[in-house]
Write a protein that binds this ligand. Structure first.
Ligand SMILES: Cc1cc2nc3c(=O)[nH]c(=O)nc-3n(C[C@H](O)[C@H](O)[C@H](O)COP(=O)(O)OP(=O)(O)OC[C@H]3O[C@@H](n4cnc5c(N)ncnc54)[C@H](O)[C@@H]3O)c2cc1C
Length: 394
């Protein structure tokens, strides 16, 4: 372990200031822990005229409740977010199953939020107990029995009791900590496009299941929306290479009639991977969010799982800190892993089952699928259960 006296001391260092890392940093600094946050790129400024981020997420009610507790939701509401009251699933556009917020006595089922706007809302709340190192990244990690030191590319060294790796699916910190992963790349990829729609702001998000993969619509503020088109990876890459006008035409041809006469403004594509870290901590490094797990985005759960990690981890740390305990103890990190790993794995496996049943054209599965949608269409109980699951309630 380095003995340099110019090492800066913190209670905790967090690597990655995306949605999950920034939320952890905020929650801990708000109560008085001294937090170092290391991020390689700051989120862009926001104005009401800023073009929407192509990366959007469906934020469920459980995440909304925690972000409200942090004061972030109130900041976000001043910027841009789009609530939805209905969630629709179908194979044929004339045979739709609708899940309503009213069925579970809620005003909405969730919100579609731009990733960089939510990240910025968290950053805008950073206060005195948080020291931001940005743009910066980690070049080395040293651990001893009771502390850690990270070295930054600027040469600075930060010592703390615990390092949180929240640096995304390709987490460098996870590798530096020697934590391996399990998982695979799906054959499908997804194209995401920002579109202008011919309709006023919509209150519905829908997903059509087809043998080649789902096609989804997520409403954004005003007349805009985000479409997600899952297909075999080579086809997605071909679609992504088209001009906006060409892609508009392809999209209108391939999507169900509900999409309307949309116009593509911008697009990008994303590979789809499932990844599960073999363990969630090693020594005094703990993983959270995509650094610990990446999930098929089919049902929009990735960052919601990340916020659930963040909420539990920060509660355990704050509790230990208030009782003068060790915030990086193995006991604490074990409790975190014991609760979050099975919950995240369950959701990942559920999404994979869903992907198998709804994403292919094998005749028996086609029947199961149709049956499931028919039953769902008729059963209020089932619809209520699905709606509860979608909003993230227990
Ligand atoms: C197409 C698509 C659609 C999705 N839709 C949804 C949805 O509807 N709902 C949902 O809940 N989830 C969704 N997800 C998943 C969601 O985007 C992720 O789960 C979420 O972004 C994870 O947040 P994070 O903060 O853990 O990681 P990231 O968003 O990856 O953030 C990591 C941060 O760490 C920084 N960083 C990386 N490396 C370093 C380093 N070495 N040093 C310093 N900083 C570093 C990065 O710059 C970044 O800011 C979707 C994903 C995809 C691909």
């Amino acid at each position: 372990m380095s003995s340099n006296t110019s090492i800066k001391q913190f209670d905790i260092s967090i690597v990655g200031g995306g949605m999950v890392g920034a939320a952890i940093a905020l929650a801990l600094s708000q109560v008085g822990l001294q937090v170092a946050l290391i991020e390689k790129q700051a989120p862009p400024e926001f104005t009401p005229e800023s073009a929407p981020d192509l990366r959007v997420s469906s934020i469920n009610l459980a995440s909304e409740a925690w972000l409200t507790q942090l004061g972030t939701w109130q900041v976000l509401a001043q910027m841009r977010l789009c609530p939805y009251q209905r969630l629709q699933a179908f194979e044929q556009p004339h045979s739709i199953v609708t899940f309503n917020a009213a069925d579970i006595k809620r005003s909405h089922l969730g919100h579609i939020v731009e990733n960089n706007v939510l990240q910025l809302a968290l950053w805008q709340q950073f206060g005195a107990n948080l020291t931001l190192f940005c743009p910066s990244s980690v070049t080395a990690l040293e651990q001893s029995a009771d502390s850690t030191v990270v070295t930054l590319d600027t040469g600075e060294q930060l010592s703390s009791k615990l390092v949180v790796a929240a640096d995304g699916g390709n987490s460098q910190l996870r590798q530096l900590a020697g934590i391996g992963t399990n998982g695979w790349q799906y054959q499908q990829a997804c194209l995401v496009a920002l579109v202008n729609t011919p309709y006023p702001q919509q209150d519905v998000t829908w997903q059509q299941f087809t043998p080649s993969g789902p096609k989804a619509f997520l409403p954004l503020c005003g007349e805009q929306g985000s479409v997600v088109w899952y297909e075999e990876a080579t086809k997605v890459k071909q679609l992504a290479a088209l001009s906006p006008a060409q892609l508009t035409q392809q999209l209108i041809n391939a999507f169900p009639v509900q999409i309307g006469e949309v116009e593509v403004v911008a697009s990008s594509w994303f590979p789809l991977a499932r990844m599960d870290a073999n363990r969630y901590y090693a020594g005094r490094v703990v993983l959270a969010g995509d650094a610990a797990h990446t999930i098929n985005p089919l049902a929009g759960q990735g960052v919601n799982l990340g916020f659930a990690d963040a909420k539990l981890l920060t509660e355990l740390i704050i509790d230990a800190w208030r009782h003068n305990g060790d915030i990086g103890s193995e006991k604490l990190l074990q409790r975190y892993q014991r609760k979050r790993k099975p919950a995240n794995l369950l959701m990942m496996s559920a999404m994979d089952g869903f992907y198998q049943v709804f994403g292919n054209d094998i005749a028996p599965l086609r029947t199961v699928r149709q049956l499931a949608l028919n039953v769902a269409a008729r059963s209020m109980l089932l619809k209520t259960l699905v709606a509860r699951y979608a909003v993230g309630s227990e």
